[in-house]
Design a protein around this ligand. Structure first.
Ligand code: APR
Length: 230
C-alpha cells in the first residue's frame, strides 16, 4: 500500500466551525500570543491562559468532524495513512483516522507543571481546569499544549514519518510556524506534494499540485486525482 502522509493545520477544522489563527478574524487577532500561548504568559496570568484553553476545549468538544476529516479517514481503506497535525482538536481521531500525531499538543489533555509525564484526559462533561486544580504530586495542572518557545517533542517522529512518504498532502496550513513547516524539507524531491487550501500559500518547492479548495471539497478532489496519479 502506498504511504500517504498528511500535514494538516487549522484550515482543516475551519469547516467544523473552529477558528483558524491567521485568517481575518482568526484567534491571533482576538488574543495576544504572548499572553495566552507562551510559558511566560502562563506564569504572568495563569487564570487568563486556563480560561483561553477552557473556551477552545469546549468549542472543540462541541465541533464535529467535517467531510475533509471523514474523507481522510476513509482513505485508510486504500492507503497507509499517517496524519501529522498542528491542530490540537481531536477531529481527525473522531472522524476515524487511526494514526494521528499531534505536533502542538492536544486540547483534551492537561498535564502536571512539575512532572510532564503526568498527563490527564478531560471529557466534554469535565472540560475545564481551574487555578488550584492539581496533579497527584500537588502541582498546578496546565494545558497539554506546545506553547511558543517550547520544545516540539513529536518533531523527531514526524520527520521520520515524512521521510517514508510516497505522497505528501498539506491541508489548511499557512506554513508560517516552524519547525512544523520545515517538515517539507524532509520529503524527497521526487515525492509528489498536493496542497489543499482555498487561499494562496507561499511554499518553496517545485511541482506542487495546488487544489484551490476548502478541506471538504479538496479531499474529495484529492481522492480522485490520486486514483489517476499514483
Ligand atoms: N479549508 C482548508 N484550508 C483553509 C480553510 C478551509 N475551509 N479555511 C482557511 N484555510 C487555510 C488558510 O488559507 C490558511 O492557509 O488554513 C490556513 C490556516 O493558517 P493558520 O491560521 O496560520 O493556521 P496554521 O497554519 O495551522 O498555524 C500553525 O500556528 O499559532 C500556531 O500552534 C498554532 O498550530 C498553529 C500554528
Amino acid at each position: 500500500m502506498k504511504h500517504i502522509v498528511v500535514l494538516s493545520g487549522a484550515g482543516m477544522s475551519a469547516e467544523s466551525g473552529i477558528s483558524t489563527f491567521r485568517d481575518s478574524g482568526g484567534l491571533w487577532e482576538q488574543h495576544s500570543v504572548e499572553d495566552v500561548a507562551t510559558p511566560e504568559g502562563f506564569s504572568r496570568n495563569p487564570r487568563l491562559v486556563l480560561d483561553f484553553y477552557n473556551a477552545r476545549r469546549k468549542a472543540a468538544f462541541a465541533a464535529k468532524p467535517n467531510k475533509g476529516h471523514v474523507g481522510l479517514a476513509e482513505m485508510e481503506k486504500d492507503y497507509r495513512m499517517s496524519i501529522i497535525t498542528q491542530n490540537v482538536d481531536n477531529l481527525h481521531e473522531r472522524a476515524g483516522s487511526a494514526n494521528v500525531l499531534h505536533l502542538h499538543g492536544e486540547l483534551d489533555k492537561v498535564r502536571s507543571t512539575v512532572d510532564p509525564s503526568l498527563v490527564y484526559t478531560l471529557t466534554p462533561d469535565n472540560a475545564e481546569i481551574k487555578l488550584g486544580d492539581k496533579c497527584e504530586k500537588g502541582s498546578q495542572l496546565r494545558p497539554h499544549i506546545v506553547w511558543f518557545g517550547e520544545a516540539v517533542p513529536m518533531m523527531e517522529k514526524a520527520m521520520k514519518t515524512v521521510q517514508t512518504a510516497d505522497v505528501l498532502v498539506v491541508i489548511g496550513t499557512s506554513l508560517n510556524v516552524y519547525p512544523a513547516a520545515g517538515l517539507l524539507n524532509y520529503v524527497a524531491r521526487e515525492i509528489p506534494v498536493y496542497l489543499i487550501d482555498p487561499n494562496e500559500v507561499k511554499i518553496y518547492r517545485q511541482g506542487i499540485r495546488f487544489i484551490r479548495k476548502g478541506a471538504s471539497e479538496g479531499v474529495a478532489e484529492l481522492r480522485e486525482l490520486l486514483k489517476k496519479d499514483i
